[in-house]
Design a protein. Structure first.
Length: 82
């Protein structure tokens, strides 16, 4: 009985993770985010686009550091940065 309860708790906890599109120079695929990563971040530069899971701090930091020609967007729904 204990094992069933532990399994259900793990299943519910892991099942609620945010999913984001992750795009780097070598890969582009959906990925489950970590516990502290509650946003999907898209960072558009002049010739490149990066997408990844991010914390609230990361969203604020990237937005503050972006150059005028760059665009940073953060969203918190599953696959919202496709």
């Amino acid at each position: 009985m204990r094992y069933a309860i532990i399994f259900l708790l793990l299943f519910v906890t892991l099942g609620n993770a945010l999913r984001c599109m992750v795009q780097t120079d070598i890969k582009s695929k959906p990925e489950e985010c970590g516990r502290d990563e509650v946003n999907c971040l898209t960072y558009k530069m002049k010739t490149k686009v990066k997408k990844f899971c991010a914390s609230n701090f990361d969203c604020k930091r990237f937005s503050a550091m972006a150059l005028p020609a760059e665009k940073v967007t953060c969203c918190n729904k599953d696959m919202c940065n496709q």
